[in-house]
Each structure stands twice: as structure tokens, then as C-alpha cells.
Design a protein around this ligand. Structure first.
Ligand SMILES: [Zn+2]
Length: 583
């Protein structure tokens, strides 16, 4: 398989690579890593893969023409010649509230080039806000190639079946130009079909001689691997409470109860590394080990030959699988069900997370009693890099010697690893969604972004049957009351007089008011209005201004009069935001 094309597809969809044995029949090509610069990611030859922070505006026209005028003036940056620009065609235009995303594909003599795509996102005034480019490098000679087409569609399907060794049904065939790793173009039949076992395949057959140019298993739903996770946390799935026999952290040790609380799930779209081993790297989530000073002592991302990720919480790998599952699920929900194209702006591919990325070590501070050491696991979304770090506390090299549950005030040794709890996993991802939706204009005025994180975390775990309904962080925060936040904080609090400067505290007002609306309207409707509304806000937006934006978004999204009324009442009756009903 050609890695170049695998990468193209991973950026936009859900592709499972071939099994090791089949992949081995293809000649591997060398892939150089992308280079990060201030305004995007670039290939070694200087061609852009991703661009943002662009100070460029088209003169006002329809979105397709404005996007094309950007490409025309930046053809060299994108690695495409002027004559190739003339052969581009628009493949789709998608709007997300005010944002139009215009996609182009390359063509040779009117035939689409396999796996080519340039996506330009712009505002109605012509301001280009984001470009994702998977240009297939072409020479001028390529454009005048004469193709021989000697294989019919039927013969091509037969060739694909022979190569796969299995019959195919539900066949869709398209004529493409396939450019191989030697930059040679081939006229080809691009076949998408299903085999007997329900697996979907994409096979590209050379029209000249029937040879297989490219083949891969594809999937829109689930990958071929599984793993054990907490869904959403060990207490909910077991109907237990923290402190019940077997349900305490105890330095990250496993117990029969905590082992039994795990649930077997599918891990979607994970990929194989160069050695054919499976790793938690997919189009929506991507496990990394970040060299942070306190955590650099162990690798928390599993890489293995078999496809079952079966670990208990005392393994360094458990949190990685847990986080992969929940991040992948939320990103799939946002992009597929809510139809909002939200993905990290800082890099290409799935959301990068370090399952044991951040912990604070008591040894760094003075004043600890002799012989005592404590570790505080903490989690964060990093705005510049777009990476999420989940705290690893007492598990594996945690170093704590304070007994659980006898934890002295201010020392949080008893806290489990943060990525054992979907509430924490999704809270941090919520910051990311807020960041990406606003194109790096996230506001934490009045704790807005903390409220956004809590809102998405709360909605997610409630939908999974979370029993603590109005309380957040049942497992990861159980031993420290400071970490528990609520969804009925509007009781006894008013906006703006009770909104303090403590972000997590104030954020509870935002999450509570919006959760009240979500309970009445349903998650799908409210989650979408929230994200589109936030996308319109700036980095100094306060809670009331954000509420106004969500109302406007809701109207744009086609809320009925009754639904608008419900949302308005949640903001003005349940809560006291000074908002106006959109006209
Ligand atoms: Zn937060």
C-alpha cells in the first residue's frame, strides 16, 4: 500500500489498512515527516499540507469563486502549477453556520486524480480561515499523458475479486487517474465494494492491464480491533460508589471489582505502524507520549501484534485505551452526526492525547513533612500545540507513599489517573472543540471554556447512563471535593452578581444553564447549537454574549418557535442572562 495515499484518506475519512500479510505485497515508499511552521504544516518539498492564520481576503463573490481565487494566488505554496489550477474542479461546498468549506479535486483531461483534495474554509466576506491540502504532485508531462483503456468495468471487478480472493457486492466504480510513487499517472478503475463478511474495500485497478494499483479495507463505523474500557467510569457501570469494597484508587492497583467494571468495546479505525503492529493512532484520536519532565519515565501508548487491547487499570496502557475510545466517539459524533467539521487546527489527523501527560510532584515544593511525598494528577488541553495531557497520578512510578484513603488535606494522592474517567477525558476535549470551532479564539472569560468542557462532559456521561446526574467527576474526583462540579448551580446563584473570577466555579453557571436546555431539547439539537454559537464568538466573549450567540445559531439551524422558546427560557428564567430573542 502506498502510504502517501493512506495518509490522504486518513485525513478525511475512516480507513482501515490492509492486514499485515496483504500490505506486505505492496512496495513500501519512504515518507518524510511534515514540517511545522507558524502558519501550518508543510511537506519536505515546501508544499503546504495545512494552512491557518492567513491574512488574506478574496473580493466578495460566491464561495467557490472566492476559494479558487485564493488557490490561484497561492498555487506555488500549495505545490500546484497554473495549468493544473485550470483543471481543478469543485467537489463539494459545505457550510457550517457562517463558514463555507469549499473542496477541490485535481483532474487530468477531465478525469479526477485519485485521493486529491484541497479544502478551503472561508467567511462570507472572503476571509480565508483554513486550508487543508492533499495535492497529488504532478508534472506538466502528466497533464498530456495518453491513456490506454483496455480493461472494462466488469473485468476490473473480476481482477479485484481475484486479488482479494473473495467475491464482491454493492460495487461502485469510478474512472480515476492514479499517480504512483514514481509520479507515473495511470488511468484506473476505482472500485468501492463489500465482501461476504461485510468488510468494505477500495481497490484501484489499472485500466491498461488489470493490475492492482492500490487496495485497502475501508470502514465507516468500526475497525477490526477491540479493547476494554470504563464506560463512562467504573462506578457507573457497576452501580457502585467510591469507597465501596474494591472501589478505591489505592495507588492505581487493580481489584476484582474494578476489573469486572470494564466493558469490551470496538476501537474504531486504529492503524498499523511500519512494523505491522497495531497502535492507537486513528483519524479522530491519536495516542502520543509527550516528553514532559515528570512523565518521561514511561511509555503509555500500547503497540502490539494482536488486535485485542485487554489491560486492567494497573497496566500503564489502560488509560490510553480508555481515552482513545471516548475521544474517537465524541469526534465521530461531532463530525458525522452533528455534521460539524471540527478537527484539530494545530496538526493533521486525530486528536493527540498523552494518557499520562501531566502530574505535579510534591518534591518540587518545600514544606512537606519528612518522608512524605505526593503526586497530583492533573489534566489540560494545550492551546498552542492542541495536545491534551491527562494526569497520571498514583499508577506506575507514581512515587506516592501516602496511604489511601488517609489523604492529608491538600494532597491528592488518592486520585485515580484522570483518563480512567470519561468525564475528564471529554472535559478536556471540550476545550479543544471550543478552540477549533473559534479558530483559536477560545474565551475563558467568566469561566466560559470551563463551562463548555463541563457541558460536553456532562452530556456525554449522562447519555451513557451516568448515575450522579447533577454532579461531575464521580471516579477521578471522588476523593477531592474541590474537583466536583454540579449541573444545578443556577439554584441560589444569579448572573452576573454571583459569577466570580474562579473559572471552574463560574463555569458551572454556563454548564448548568445549558444543561437545563439540553435536558429539554435533547443532546443533538443543543450540542450543535452550542458549537455553532461558540464558533461565532471571540476570545473575550463572556457568558451572556456566548448565550446570545447560541440563540442566533439555534435560529440559523432551524429551531422551531417552541424550541427557541425553551432555549430562551432556560437562559432567562432558569438562569438570568440578559439576552434578547433573535428577531
Ligand atoms: Zn478545564
Amino acid at each position: 500500500m502506498f502510504r502517501k495515499n493512506l495518509k490522504n484518506y486518513l485525513a478525511g475519512g475512516c480507513i482501515i489498512p490492509l492486514s499485515t500479510s496483504m500490505a506486505a505485497t505492496r512496495e513500501p515508499t519512504t515518507e518524510f515527516p511534515l514540517v511545522q511552521k507558524e502558519n501550518g504544516w508543510f511537506h519536505q518539498d515546501g508544499r503546504a499540507a495545512q494552512l491557518f492564520n492567513l491574512d488574506w481576503k478574496a473580493s466578495t463573490d460566491d464561495p467557490g469563486k472566492m476559494a479558487l481565487s485564493y488557490i490561484r494566488q497561492h498555487a506555488k505554496l500549495l505545490g500546484i502549477s497554473d495549468s493544473q489550477v485550470k483543471q481543478l474542479s469543485v467537489s463539494s461546498i459545505r457550510k457550517m453556520a457562517d463558514i463555507a468549506i469549499v473542496r477541490f479535486r485535481q483532474n487530468i483531461q477531465g478525469v479526477p486524480v485519485f485521493a486529491s483534495d484541497i479544502a478551503v474554509s472561508l467567511m462570507p466576506d472572503g476571509k480565508i480561515i483554513y486550508v487543508a491540502s492533499t495535492v497529488v504532485p504532478l508534472t506538466e508531462d502528466n497533464l498530456v499523458t495518453t491513456f490506454r483503456a483496455e480493461i472494462s468495468k466488469t473485468e476490473a471487478v473480476q481482477a479485484a475479486q481475484t486479488w482479494l480472493g473473495r467475491p464482491l457486492t454493492h460495487t461502485q466504480i469510478q474512472r480515476n487517474v492514479y499517480v504512483d510513487e514514481h509520479k507515473q499517472p495511470h488511468s484506473a478503475w476505482n472500485i468501492v465494494a463489500t465482501d461476504k463478511g461485510g468488510d468494505e474495500w477500495n481497490v484501484v485497478v489499472n485500466q491498461a492491464d488489470g493490475t492492482i494499483l492500490d487496495a485497502r479495507k475501508i470502514s465507516l463505523e468500526f475497525g477490526s480491533s477491540q479493547g476494554y474500557v470504563y464506560k463512562p467510569d467504573p462506578l457507573t457501570s457497576a452501580h457502585a460508589k467510591y469507597g465501596d469494597p474494591g472501589y478505591i484508587n489505592d495507588h492505581g492497583k487493580d481489584t476484582p471489582q474494578l476489573k469486572a467494571a470494564r466493558v469490551l468495546v470496538d476501537l474504531s479505525d486504529i492503524t498499523q505502524n511500519g512494523d505491522g503492529k497495531w497502535q492507537l493512532v486513528g483519524p479522530r484520536a491519536h495516542c502520543i507520549t509527550q516528553s514532559y519532565q515528570h512523565i518521561a519515565d514511561y511509555n503509555s501508548c500500547p503497540v502490539q501484534t494482536n488486535t485485542l487491547f485487554d489491560y486492567t487499570r494497573d497496566s500503564r496502557y489502560f488509560a490510553a485505551i480508555n481515552a482513545y475510545y471516548h475521544i474517537d466517539r465524541v469526534m465521530n459524533y461531532v463530525n458525522t452526526e452533528l455534521q460539524l467539521p471540527l478537527y484539530p487546527l494545530q496538526y493533521t489527523g486525530g486528536v493527540k492525547y498523552d494518557p499520562h501527560g501531566w502530574r505535579e510532584d510534591g518534591n518540587d515544593y518545600s514544606g512537606l513533612p519528612p518522608g512524605e511525598d505526593w503526586i497530583e494528577p492533573r489534566s489540560r488541553y494545550l492551546l498552542a500545540s492542541g495536545i491534551i495531557e491527562y494526569g497520571g497520578g498514583s499508577n506506575n512510578h507514581g512515587g506516592s507513599n501516602i496511604d489511601d484513603p488517609g489523604v492529608p488535606a491538600g494532597a491528592y494522592t488518592a486520585m485515580p489517573d484522570m483518563a480512567e474517567d470519561a468525564a475528564v477525558i471529554v472535559h478536556e476535549l471540550g476545550h479543544g472543540l471550543h478552540d477549533w470551532a473559534t479558530n483559536h479564539h477560545l474565551s475563558n472569560e467568566e469561566g466560559l471554556s470551563e463551562g463548555v468542557g463541563d457541558y460536553f462532559a456532562g452530556g456525554y456521561i449522562r447519555d451513557m447512563g451516568y448515575s450522579g446526574y447533577n454532579k461531575l467527576q464521580p471516579w477521578a474526583g471522588a476523593t477531592n471535593p474541590d474537583n466536583i462540579r454540579v449541573f444545578d448551580w443556577y439554584i441560589g446563584h444569579q448572573y452576573p452578581k454571583d459569577i466570580s473570577n474562579s473559572p471552574h466555579n463560574a463555569g458551572q453557571y454556563w454548564s448548568s444553564c445549558n444543561m437545563a436546555a439540553r435536558t429539554s431539547l435533547g443532546g443533538k439539537l443543543m450540542d450543535k447549537a452550542m458549537l455553532v454559537g461558540l464558533a461565532m464568538t471571540g476570545h473575550e466573549t463572556n457568558q451572556a454574549q456566548a448565550a446570545q450567540a447560541v440563540l442566533i445559531a439555534a435560529q440559523t439551524l432551524g429551531f422551531t418557535a417552541a424550541q427557541m422558546d425553551t432555549l430562551f427560557k432556560a437562559y432567562t428564567h432558569t438562569c438570568t442572562y440578559p439576552v434578547k430573542k433573535p428577531g
